[in-house]
Write a protein of this length. Sequence first.
Length: 512
Amino acid sequence: MQPISCNAMSDGPVIGALPEDVAIAIVGAGFGGLGMAIRLKQQGVHDFVVLERASDVGGTWLANTYPGCQCDVPSNLYSFSFAPNPDWTHSYPLQAQIQRYLRRCAERFGILGHTHLSCELQEAAWDSTSGRWQIETSSGRLRAKVLVAAPGLLSEPVAPPIPGLDGFGGTVFHTARWDHRHDLTGERVALIGTGATAIQIGPQIRPKVARLHVFQRTPGWVLPHLDRAIPRSFRRLYARVPAIQRLARHGVYTMREALAAGMTHHLRLLSLVKLVARAHLRVQVRDPVMRAQLTPRYDVGCKRALLSNDWYPMLAGPNTELVTAPIAEVREHSIVTADGVERPIDSIILATGFRPTDPPIAYRLRGADGQLLADVWKGSPQAYLGTAISGFPNLFLLYGPNLNLGHSSIVYMLESQIHYVQQAIALLRRADVKALDVRPTVQRAYNEDIARRLSTTVWDTGGCASWYLDANGRNSTMWPDYTFRYRRRVDRFDVADYDIEHAARSPAATTA
Ligand code: NAP
């Protein structure tokens, strides 16, 4: 395993015409799509394309460029196991570094030449006669025997349905679409939302704005952030002796799994986390009224715990106001809260999150009977192993339903999943295998088991309304166990879980 440098970056992704027919089409060039492409390449499979709607690779780490954007999973764990990065400058990686890391991976493993940028999937429909996905993109059409969809979980920003927001006369933008042309200096700024994104932004912009009004609907649990600069000597050591970084990675992984124990199996362990969070609040916020406003009323872990050392001090700062009254309406140059107070505002920043349980891709995929995935899911995404969906042959979702984590790195889950999909693809590359479709009974039993196991986790019992729950109140996002259990579960592709359609008699040779 060669370490990979994240600091150097070269230009030149290949943007060629789409092929008419490929073995595998991968949608998305974030950690999931790139990881899949790299593993295929390493396996000697070259007949694939990566379709990416953005103008570069990186997925969420390309899209989110707001001030202070940083991953809250430690650096050593937030990278591919096969491409360690000795150049992380912080124990928690910064957005620009992650994006550069992914770009370097795409270059080094030869993925750019397969990648079609600014190419958005518009519709893909399974054609059971030809055994191909018929794919429409913004750059043209193609057919693929296998479709791997890796659109990411948190890629569709949500603008809240606040009355009058459309008529606001100042500047308004979502955190995932940060307007870098707009200068907030000296402005009266409204920051709506107090989740993982808002707490990174607030302390960054407060020094430059005239006034920062933070509109909080639900206070979250905030823990001390253990982020540290990684000394140059350490980085050199990681580069020279990759085994040391691997050891560090294992250490971080193991500690993180202990958190999974608290969230899923032994909820009482979370009282320790709560003690730390309460102490953090007590030390950082002296005013008892504000402290009460900031004290969460749900169990720690139910929503994603927030990491910050400067959020609370920022809220107590001279030019900041914590607003806890609900927003009643937005007017042309102000925001009015339910208590009748009107605050003049120049810019509104929507730190209001994403729409993971009703993803746009579900409105773009049609299965064997022509049914739209969104109509099958009806607001409650379900899949087998978060990967295969009955009625949608040869389709594999990466970071699909019930694979999200509250404690560890999604890259670990993705690598597990990719290993599983690779086995399915190996089978499908045989000319005599036309299609694999997961059996409905297998998918149903799996999801019943997941729901049963989730029912006792903190996400379902912790008394919060989080984005983990879908419109039907079902938890369709979280993985209810340790990550190594998922890895074991997907270690071997069991063909008995699938209905196999064989092609008309032909020699059992590979197709790609
Ligand atoms: P989020 O966790 O969904 O938070 C959205 C915030 O907006 C919440 O405080 C929510 O309040 C508030 N909100 C939503 N609608 C509102 C309305 N109509 N009026 C007032 N407030 C409203 O979104 P996020 O902060 O962008 O984070 C989303 C996820 O992205 C995180 O959970 C995490 O997984 C990921 N993330 C990760 C990192 C990282 O470091 N790796 C950084 C940022 C984000 P309620 O709580 O009352 O709903």
